[in-house]
Design a protein around this ligand. Structure first.
Ligand code: PEP
Ligand code: MN
Length: 348
């Protein structure tokens, strides 16, 4: 941390700050500028709470140098390792495609979607058995029966399964049937749930909260990792803004921003990020171009009949077309495109 003193700070103010630093077990270094003094703090392991200094006389401002997240940070390494999910992996320079319906509704729907996802060459299938719905009267998901259908998809198509858990019971069930636990946007700051999945060894797909900052997002990942589960994949799914032409504002700028400070893979969800079928393919292409580690896309064989999020679902044909476009795009971008910002990485 850097503590910047006011231009009119007295010598006793500087002394008080240095003593406070010393009493915390750290070392203060006085840096004299032409008009004011700044004091650098060293010897601290983690971030220091600026509240210790902000209200001391003579202090103009504090500047944080150490990030509050440790395990999720890059820690000066150029390596952004992949996270193994089932028989495949996400991150590490490859581009992961996860696709499937918003909700598991019935066998025919699931298998038709899975057939198309498998045919596209994707390695991952998504689908909610436990659905976080805004209305308690809306379809809540098939629960255990939905998980069993997902397990059938894995057996039949060899696809790795990603599905949401909304509470501890759901986590226990998802662990039995799936390859990756999805923590939804609404639960990104459900800290007890984060610690619960952190105690498992299943990979966790952590979606960004509806209004989460980058730091809040990474601290949520840190919760999972701090309990011992390092297999976290981040997902940008749009945030709430004043814009109302789309369901959410898909914040693609967070992809390079995350890649600059964290080693965790980050994928993009253009379905929830836009809410409209016609926007999904363009934003999926944009996510690939921006260097995302992959995509999660909603696909339904009959979007007009979907029990959840039909407006944003791609038909199976549209999805297969998107997959073809992405193959061409990723080839044109070249092998460095995924996580391109890593090569020009500058230390945080
Ligand atoms: C979903 O993936 O179906 C979902 C509910 O996503 P989110 O938590 O991002 O809204
Ligand atoms: Mn959905």
């Amino acid at each position: 941390m850097l503590i910047v003193m006011r231009t009119d700070a007295a010598a006793s103010d500087i002394e008080r700050v240095l003593n406070t630093i010393h009493s915390m077990g750290y070392t203060g270094h006085e840096l004299a500028g032409s008009t004011r003094v700044a004091i650098a703090v060293t010897g601290n392991d983690g971030a220091i709470d600026p509240a210790h200094f902000e209200n001391l006389p003579g202090v103009a401002k504090t500047i944080r140098v150490t990030q509050p997240y440790k395990l999720a940070s890059r820690n000066g390494s150029n390596i952004r390792p992949a996270v193994k999910v089932g028989t495949s992996e996400i991150g590490g320079g490859s581009f992961a495609m996860i696709a499937g319906p918003c909700a598991i509704e019935e066998r025919e729907q699931v298998m038709a979607a899975a057939e198309a996802v498998s045919r596209s060459g994707a390695a991952f299938f998504r689908g909610g058995a436990f659905k976080p719905r805004t209305s308690p009267y809306a379809f809540q998901g098939l629960g255990l029966d939905g998980l069993k259908l997902l397990a059938e998809v894995r057996d039949r198509y060899g696809l790795n399964i990603i599905t949401e858990a909304m509470d501890e019971h759901g986590v226990d069930a998802v662990i039995k049937y799936a390859d990756c636990i999805q923590i939804g946007a609404r639960n990104m700051q459900n800290f007890s749930l984060l610690k619960y999945v952190g105690a498992s060894d299943k990979p966790v797909l952590l979606k960004r909260g509806l209004s989460a900052t980058l730091e809040e997002f990474l601290l949520a990942a840190e919760y999972v990792m701090s309990v011992g589960n390092a297999k976290v994949i981040l997902c940008e799914r749009g945030i709430r803004t004043f814009g109302n032409h789309a369901r959410n504002t898909l914040d693609l700028s967070i992809v390079p921003a995350v890649q600059r400070v964290s080693h965790l893979p980050i994928i993009v969800d253009p379905s929830h990020g836009t809410g409209h079928n016609y926007m999904v393919t363009p934003l999926a292409r944009a996510a690939a171009a921006v260097g995302a580690d992959g995509l999660i896309v909603e696909v339904h064989p009959h979007p007009e009949r979907a029990l959840c999020d039909g407006a944003q679902a791609l038909t199976t044909d549209q999805f297969l077309d998107l997959a073809r476009q992405l193959t061409t795009l990723l080839r044109a971008l070249g092998p460095d495109a995924v996580a391109a910002s890593t090569s020009s990485m500058s230390e945080q």
